[in-house]
Design a protein around this ligand. Structure first.
Ligand SMILES: Cc1ncc(COP(=O)(O)O)c(C=O)c1O
Length: 359
């Protein structure tokens, strides 16, 4: 049976990447060791790290005046590092919140600076992006933070937010590498790797070099961006295996035709799924059309008493991890870069049959 893994993260990896990991596990690059067993300062690992950075820069067109840093601690560590490095206890920062992860970033940011949200943070889950304009963003703020794709709610920004010239910081954990982006619009972009760049353990941070090292706060060395920028992210022993998997995934991404081709695929996949959901009387998606996610597609059954039957039966035919996050309920299909169109076709065929027999 073919398995299609719709997990929100850690998430599906391309099969070619898993095959290569298997083939190289005991003998990587003719070193006689696995990549997990050698110094990160060895010539082989250093060469790999250089290829990784060059490929990421190429895929995302990262300008030279941006640093590429790979930092342990997950995306959540960035919720603290950003205000600590870019603001201060007296400083102001603004958060645009349109989902669970934006709320979490705002909560953590509030511990380190005078954080405000551009629109009231509502306790309910989001099905839209609350509108705001330049005038809502004070020009004396140290930065505006937002989450480009809210992984739980399936709410995605399809344009830049108004930011009144204030430095932009963006959590792109669930959509970095899923489409082209204009890096130079941002002061800082970050994404942990376990959705579209490999496995958990490493977070990619792209930061404008002139914004690095400006903080007057007393920062722990490991939480100072300058530490990573100055050492090529080699200050301490880095998470070597996630770094290696990231390179394999970047090579795979390039082989697909890069982020332009990947975006086309993602748009075709999500459109097909939304079209079916919208045509059905049994399934629905509550998110406003203009901000539906191309990456995480939540949906609800008209009869929620059938939720557990839906999950059992879908899992039995190889469609895994479709349960929505408990904060949102319902179902969610996470259709990251490595999810093939065949996975969408199988899911739709299953949903059609479920609707026909139980709807
Ligand atoms: C958009 C977004 N931000 C942040 C996180 C948290 O990431 P991490 O577990 O790497 O800290 C997630 C995890 O799913 C996410 O989807």
């Amino acid at each position: 049976m073919t398995i299609f893994n719709f997990s929100a993260g850690p998430a599906v990896l391309p099969p070619e990447v898993k095959q290569q990991i298997e083939a190289e596990l005991y003998n990587w690059n003719d070193t006689g060791c696995s990549v997990m067993e050698m110094s990160h300062r060895s010539a082989e690992f250093t060469a790999m790290a250089e290829e990784n950075e060059a490929l990421l820069r190429k895929l995302l067109q990262v300008p030279e005046d941006y640093a590429v840093m790979l930092i342990p601690g997950g995306a959540r560590l960035q919720y603290s590092m950003i205000p600590m490095n870019m603001s201060s206890a007296e400083g102001k920062a603004v958060y645009a919140v349109n989902g669970h992860w934006g709320k979490e970033a705002f909560k953590e940011g509030s511990r380190f600076c005078r954080a405000t949200s551009v629109r009231p943070v509502t306790p309910e889950t989001y099905a839209e992006i609350p509108a705001f304009a330049d005038v809502d963003v004070p020009t004396d703020a140290d930065y505006l933070h937002y989450t480009s794709n809210e992984t739980l709610e399936g709410v995605q920004w399809h344009q830049l937010p108004s930011h009144n010239g204030v430095r932009l910081c963006c959590d792109m954990t669930s959509d970095l590498l899923t489409k082209p982006i204009d890096v130079k619009q941002y002061s800082l972009i970050y994404a942990s790797a376990q959705k579209n760049m490999g496995i958990a353990g490493i977070t990619c941070v792209l930061m404008r070099k002139r914004d690095i090292g400006c903080s007057e706060n007393l920062l722990p060395t490991m939480m100072n961006y300058k530490t990573y920028a100055d050492t090529g992210s080699f200050y301490n022993t880095p998470p070597v295996f996630p770094w290696y998997v990231m390179l394999l995934v970047l090579r795979w991404t390039e082989a697909q035709g890069g982020v332009d081709a990947i975006q086309k695929m993602n748009q075709q996949k999500s459109r097909k799924l939304y079209d079916y959901i919208d045509s059905s009387d049994f399934f629905s998606n509550k998110v406003q059309l203009a901000c539906r996610s191309e990456i995480n597609v939540p949906f609800w059954l008209a009869d929620e008493t059938l939720n557990s039957t839906f999950l059992q039966e879908s899992s039995a035919v190889g469609l895994k991890a479709l349960k929505g996050h408990m904060a949102v309920g319902g179902m969610r299909a996470s259709i990251y870069n490595a999810m093939p169109m065949a996975g969408i076709d199988s899911l739709i065929a299953f949903m059609q049959e479920f609707e026909r027999t139980k709807g």
